[in-house]
Design a protein around this ligand. Structure first.
Ligand SMILES: [Fe+2]
Length: 285
């Protein structure tokens, strides 16, 4: 069994992210160093593995090793016979690009599953097909965002909670394909602290992003302005890692201390197929 010390580590950006090599995900899942991977994730916030064959069952097994795996409410995306997997794809059954973006909500900075009481812990993406241009993903370090806030704002944020609502963020980013009434009932709006303490590292991070709709105890319009302004200032260029995908990249990140967004690409002419799995985390505190 490997330990973290046995990986080769290359930092991806000053703020966050590391490429790890010296691991083979085509091995049976029982042979994989799940604990060491999780420890590396806590240290680097984002892990990249290149040139990997990661079978669907291995992706699910790693996720189960990290915690309880989310079965996404948007069940039209379930993939490979595993309800835990969610395929982000713009190709039809013959593998041709359709021109339709599979989830335009991902183009805005967000953190996965912040619209649930128990929010996302880690998300794992495996790239099956990627465009030559565009279609990258960016992550931003929310520990760094918290550390960069001036003390008066930190004090103000310490008492504030934001309401996160998937129906809100999807509707305003998509328009098309609204959630069904049943899906809406399954995920009513929930409120979370804007500053959360990571349960494993003990560090404070800003927890906001595009699913945040309003502020508890604040007039709705004022809350919207407050959220937009805060979302704009927490994403700072020096805190970002921008990833250009290669096919067979496997990426794992920690949703409790990062925001991320996908970048646009030519959905009519370039294929992008990514297999996703999200582990459920804690109720933020
Ligand atoms: Fe996401």
């Amino acid at each position: 069994m490997q330990t973290e010390a046995q990986f080769r580590v290359r930092r991806l950006a000053p703020a966050l992210g590391a490429e790890l090599s010296g691991i083979d995900f085509s091995l049976p899942a029982e042979a994989l160093p799940i604990k060491a991977l999780y420890a590396a994730l806590l240290e680097h916030q984002l892990l990249l593995f290149r040139g990997q064959t990661v079978p669907p069952e291995t992706q699910v097994a790693i996720a189960r090793g990290f915690g309880e795996v989310q079965v996404h409410v948007m069940n039209q995306y379930h993939a490979d016979g595993f309800p835990e997997l969610y395929r982000l794809s713009n190709v039809d059954e013959k593998g041709r690009p359709t021109g339709k973006h599979p989830d335009r909500g991902t183009l805005a900075w967000h953190t996965d599953g912040s619209w649930q009481r128990r929010t996302g812990q880690a998300t794992m993406l495996y790239a099956e097909r990627v465009p030559d241009e565009g279609g990258g993903t960016e992550w931003c370090d929310m520990y760094g965002a918290y550390d960069a806030l001036e003390p008066t704002l930190r004090t103000q944020l310490a008492g504030l909670r934001a309401v996160h609502n998937l129906d809100f963020s999807r509707n305003r980013r998509h328009g098309e394909e609204p959630m069904s009434e049943e899906q809406k009932r399954a995920v009513p709006p929930v409120d979370h602290p804007i500053v959360r303490t990571h349960p494993d590292t003990g560090r404070k991070a800003v927890f906001l992003g595009d699913h945040a709709e309003s502020i508890v105890g604040m007039d709705y319009a004022a809350g919207r302005r407050f959220i937009d302004a805060l979302n704009a200032r927490i994403v700072r260029p020096e805190l970002v890692y921008a990833h250009r995908w290669q096919a067979q990249d496997f990426v794992i990140w920690d949703n409790r201390c990062t925001l991320h967004r996908a970048l646009a690409y030519d959905t009519a002419n370039a294929a992008r197929v990514i297999r996703r799995c999200t582990v459920l985390g804690e109720v933020p505190a």
